[in-house]
Design a protein around this ligand. Structure first.
Ligand code: SF4
Ligand code: SF4
Length: 384
């Protein structure tokens, strides 16, 4: 592995619940361990708190960044004299759609917190800019939120979750939400396998790097994440200026080898962060004290399928297939709108899959608001 000399610091603090004042003091401690919020925010800075909003599920489902974390971070930014703003380019919106975005902010509890704290919610998909990164290995141009690029400070607030395509989603994946509207679906179409998709994330990290990442791992998600999994008590908050190192520590905590997550491995190899646990200075709790046993991975876990260019028919036989759970379908057509390969269409009043066209990106499962898409593991994959 390259990049052996790179080091990073990650703070790790125990936090059992989202209640005040526990959450506020746990976040304070997490940040103090890496120099305090003043290390990242100066008076007068516009500070964008980039949440993970996804479909705007209620906090109990552990899909979105918990509103109590957002509240505590608003307080932190103000403590340093900064001006907090809260936002995401939720994939749920499809084409930029302010109403749908605000509905998701409302249902997730984020809007309530922002109203109480008199903090502006920013619709990040509203305006886009093309941003170039000549040093990107595969992807050199991204269509990103103008508000993200205009912010003085970007603080990313991911949730610890599993992911059907990339096995794990955390700090690195959360920046994918800086890509606006349906440009996300276009990126999925260009980056169909986990390796290519992860390289895209690493190139994106080289284009828009958060100044600070603070992870909500009080209650994370196991199983079929990032939206249909099961909430899992993890009781941790992590923070770092290096989202790659943060992901590595989070993975190790739940029993995932960090280098099984391709974005961590590729970012480490390419000097975009530190994925090697032995080079990460973990401050606060020790990893040994925070181990989570029996953490469940996604069904048909993508960990077997890292190889680039895996032949289509082999993929078809091994990768989990999305399937409709008719009784849960709300006929919102978000899945059809987002499917990057045109594998979904309406038939007899329901979404219908063309599995030959399906590239197994699992966007439909991720964005379905009704838990109406499940992942079915093919027989051969179960055997493998
Ligand atoms: S499957 Fe989900 S996303 Fe698709 S139409 Fe039904 S409820 Fe909407
Ligand atoms: S059907 Fe679902 S998993 Fe398949 S390409 Fe479309 S969005 Fe991706």
């Amino acid at each position: 592995m390259e990049n052996e000399n790179n080091t990073a610091t990650v703070s790790l603090v125990k936090c059992q619940d989202y209640d005040d004042p526990n959450i506020g003091s746990a976040i304070d401690k997490t940040l103090e361990l890496i120099g305090g919020i003043e290390n990242y925010v100066r008076p007068g800075d516009n500070v964008l708190l980039k949440i993970n909003l996804l479909t705007g599920d209620v906090p109990e489902k552990a899909v979105t960044t918990h509103p109590s974390i957002v509240r505590a971070m608003i307080h932190q930014v103000r403590k340093a004299g900064g001006i907090p703003l809260v936002g995401d380019c939720s994939g749920y919106e499809g084409k930029p759609n302010q109403k749908r975005y605000l509905d998701a902010c409302r249902s997730s509890g984020i809007m309530h917190v922002c109203e109480e704290e008199k903090t502006q919610i920013v619709h990040l998909s509203a305006e886009s800019v093309e941003v170039k990164n000549d040093s990107g290995r595969m992807y050199k141009t991204f269509i990103l939120s103008k508000q993200v690029m205009d912010a003085d400070v970007l603080i990313s607030l991911p949730k610890l979750k599993t992911h059907g395509l990339t096995l794990f989603t955390g700090g690195v994946k959360n920046i994918f939400g800086c890509v606006t509207g349906l440009n996300k679906a276009k990126m999925h179409l260009r980056a169909q396998d986990p390796e290519t998709f992860s390289q895209m994330l690493v190139d994106l990290l080289g284009t828009v790097r958060p100044d600070l990442t603070l992870m909500d791992a009080v209650v994370g998600m196991e199983g079929n994440g990032p939206s249909n999994g099961t909430p899992k008590q993890i009781s941790a908050i992590l923070a770092s200026s290096d989202p790659v190192a943060l992901d590595a520590v989070a993975c190790r905590m739940v029993g995932i080898d960090p280098f099984m997550v391709p974005s961590t491995r590729l970012a480490h190899e390419q000097g975009m962060g530190t994925g090697d646990i032995s080079n990460i200075n973990i401050v606060g709790e020790s990893l040994e004290n925070m181990q989570i046993d029996g953490f469940k991975f996604p069904s048909g876990t993508a960990s077997f399928f890292r190889a680039r260019g895996l032949m289509r028919f082999v993929r078809g036989m091994l990768l989990a297939k999305p399937a409709l759970v008719k009784e849960n379908c709300q006929k919102c057509w978000i899945c059809i709108e987002h499917c990057p390969s045109g594998a979904l269409s309406e038939k007899e009043g329901y979404p219908s899959f063309d599995h030959k066209k399906c590239i197994r990106c699992y966007c439909c499962q991720e964005l379905c608001p009704g838990n109406a898409i499940e992942l079915k593991t093919p027989l051969l994959a179960r055997f493998v």
